[in-house]
Design a protein around this ligand. Structure first.
Ligand SMILES: C[S@@+](CC[C@H](N)C(=O)[O-])C[C@H]1O[C@@H](n2cnc3c(N)ncnc32)[C@H](O)[C@@H]1O
Length: 416
């Protein structure tokens, strides 16, 4: 086929198997996973070391690829000179542990090299996520690692099993620099820059980041992470007053004093501690009540589109689903989507996932028309981010077709 010279929206730019990858094992769900394909079914411990697990002999034999990427891995940057003292100590301790486990002869061990490899892994490895965006492992992908970051990316990196796949999110000439996002881009410019500096040691100069400190950026930061006006009818945002006695609404001039602020924040802290204990000990109804109180308090303090309220509603959505309170879950899902639509690009996988969830809840609630609309929105995102041929997108398409058929059947019944 003739090279078109550009990538179409959703087209695969590159896909790559990992040079090395390991599955995640969580303390709360310690069941083992296949070391090769990350599956949790039919797994057996390796009879030689008893430390790793496999689902089949095929996986145990580590299917090899023809490409030797070791030179590329060697060339990856480690940022050793940027790493702070505390982290260096961590890497050295981890290197000592590797040394103790491998028991290589002293002549073959170079602790500095091992520590440098940890640093290299830290800024070049990727968290492997499944189609529902849950972290399932970590992998090093030498070519994918050459991709730089932007807070306004033109491409998206997702995984099909252990295979990393980058797809174009916009129509782009093939000589355009491929840019993905390394971090959650919902935060303010300061928050994003801090996260990038801490883990990847660079200052982003993408179109969003260069606006740092400009009036629009200050306003956006205040909405995302600052305080709102204490007059519930005013939608102004607050900035620290020149006398340091409180925060002043930039619209109506009302002052939120430091004392008022600390009363609410102390109450919030107290309920938040209780809420997370209830949640982690599985007392879901109690957690639901506590998180609803948190949401109420946060609405006094933060803008309705703030990151704090977004996080609380995400938790309330999860709890409502677990409690099978579908009406409640639907309302939280809608409110989370409203915030996502504001903080993420139109084609963000997290937005797609929440439209999908919304559609599934609406299907359960018998809301035929809105089910079709929500599933359609989810499909329009996933066909770009996940591709049309992946089992996840195909399953969604089947559900969308079923929902369309049900909706038109409903319309036919009404007519007759
Ligand atoms: C995964 S590597 C990306 C490939 C790297 N640029 C290279 O040539 O090997 C991550 C590192 O690339 C650099 N980097 C990534 N995105 C960048 C950006 N937008 N601006 C400046 N440096 C960036 C940082 O040094 C970061 O630690």
């Amino acid at each position: 086929m003739r090279d078109r010279g550009y990538y179409t929206i959703g087209e695969v730019i590159i896909s790559q198997s990992p040079f090395v990858a390991v599955p995640n094992v969580y303390e709360e769900s310690p069941e083992s996973k296949c070391e090769w394909c990350f599956s949790s079914s039919n797994i057996k411990a390796c009879s030689a070391c008893h430390a790793v697990w496999y689902c089949s002999t095929t996986c145990q034999n580590f299917p090899t690829t023809d490409t030797d990427n070791s030179k590329l891995v060697e060339a990856l940057g480690s940022h050793m000179s940027d790493v702070d003292q505390k982290q260096l100590v961590n890497y050295t301790q981890m290197a000592a542990l590797v040394n103790a486990i491998l028991q290589w002869p002293a002549s073959e061990i170079n602790m500095k090299d091992i520590a440098e490899n940890f640093s290299k892994l830290s800024c070049n490895s990727h968290t492997i996520i499944d189609s529902q965006l849950l972290a399932i492992g970590t992998g090093l992908y030498p070519v994918i690692s050459l991709t730089n970051h932007s807070c306004v990316p033109n491409s998206v990196l997702l995984f099909e099993g252990r295979l990393a796949v980058i797809r174009a999110m916009e129509h782009m000439p093939k000589d355009t620099e491929v840019l993905t996002s390394y971090i959650d881009t919902a935060g303010s410019t300061v928050t994003r820059q801090k996260a990038l500096k801490e883990k990847y040691f660079f200052t982003c100069s993408c179109p969003r980041c260069i606006k740092l400190g400009q009036p629009d950026d200050i306003r956006e930061t205040a909405i995302l992470e600052g305080y709102r006006c204490k007059d519930s009818c005013c939608d102004g945002f607050l900035l620290c007053g020149s006398d340091n006695k409180g925060f002043v609404c930039q619209k109506c001039g009302l002052v939120l004093s430091n004392k008022e602020l600390s009363t609410i924040t102390n109450e919030l802290k107290c309920i938040s501690d209780k809420a997370s204990v209830s949640l982690s000990s599985g007392r879901k109804s109690e957690a639901s009540v506590a998180y609803k109180r948190i949401e109420k308090l946060q609405l006094k303090l933060y803008h309705p589109f703030s990151i704090s309220i977004m996080r609380t509603r995400e938790t309330l959505l999860k709890i409502s689903m677990e409690l099978m309170d579908f009406k409640g879950a639907h309302s939280y899902c809608i409110s989370v989507i409203q915030i996502y639509e504001r903080v993420y690009p139109k084609c963000h996988p997290l937005l797609g996932l929440h439209y999908y969830l919304c559609g599934q809840i609406e299907m359960l609630m018998g809301e035929k028309k809105t089910t079709v609309e929500s599933l359609k929105k989810a499909y329009n995102i996933f066909r770009i981010t996940h591709g049309t041929k992946t089992p996840f997108t195909m399953e969604l398409k089947t559900k969308l077709d079923e929902a369309r058929a049900m909706a038109s059947l409903g319309r036919m019944k009404i007519k007759s």
